[in-house]
Design a protein around this ligand. Structure first.
Ligand code: 6PG
Length: 231
């Protein structure tokens, strides 16, 4: 596994650069395999990237889009990760609807079981956020979901509301060619420093694709507690 961290002076610079490299990675995947399998992150941080991507000339018809996690709410609920992605990106670009694989959070455990059937063997790019406790997707520290070997897991005790969620498990996340964390803001600085430490068992540290790359795109505030050479 290759690991890199890139620190940016602002969120805008981070988004601009990440959109550029994302376009390159997608073009590479489509050139190599005729398709690019992308996993979208939930939460607020990636929304700026999604808005930036909609103005880029990506080969939209050659993309298959999945979700890293979803809250167990209806698709039009303000808490829905799908709704956030649809409003920021998916509703503005020409990805064929059959290639957007929504996690049916409203179906709870049954939705989690069904989602496992739509996943490819590997993802080309998996976007992820990270919480202040080092969680990622809906994999929280010391959780059963983190220990599961299932590719899709139903969570009923998320410490971050709402409690019920569907999440990709580590085995699915670690089937990514590229896992890309977007981490911004001072509230994430402690967790980011811990995640980078040798032997860390935090969920974000466990995303380690054996033959893939893990990239952290972070701003200066989130990087504040990193060792000098990385910040
Ligand atoms: C979710 C996300 C979650 C998120 C982190 C960071 O559904 O809540 O998947 O893992 O990425 O909590 O959230 P922010 O980007 O909003 O800080």
């Amino acid at each position: 596994m290759r690991r890199e961290i890139r620190v940016f002076d602002s969120g805008a610079e981070l988004v601009e650069t990440l959109a550029n490299v994302c376009q390159h990675w997608v073009d590479e995947a489509v050139a190599a395999r005729g398709i690019a399998h992308l996993v979208l992150a939930g939460g607020r941080t990636p929304v700026g990237l999604y808005r930036e991507l909609r103005s880029r000339a990506l080969p939209w018809a050659s993309l298959e889009v999945y979700f890293g996690d979803e809250r167990c709410v209806p698709a039009d609920d303000p808490e829905s990760n799908y709704r956030a992605a649809r409003e920021a990106l998916l509703g503005h670009v020409s990805i064929p609807s059959g290639q957007i694989h929504r996690m049916h959070g409203e179906e709870g455990k049954l939705g989690a079981e069904a989602y496992g059937h739509c996943l490819p063997e590997r993802f080309d790019i998996t976007f992820l956020g990270m919480g202040e406790d080092g969680h990622t997707a809906s994999l929280f520290p010391n959780s059963r979901a983190l220990q599961s070997d299932q590719r899709v897991v139903f969570v009923d005790n998320s410490p971050k509301p709402p409690a019920e969620r569907i999440t990709l498990g580590l085995s699915a996340l670690n089937a990514s060619r590229r896992a890309v964390f977007m981490v911004t803001g001072s509230s994430k600085a402690d967790a980011l420093a811990r995640v980078g430490k040798e032997g860390s068992i935090l969920p974000a540290s466990r995303v380690a694709p054996t033959d893939g790359t893990v990239s952290f795109f972070v701003d200066r505030e989130a990087a504040a507690n990193l060792p000098r050479r990385e910040s």
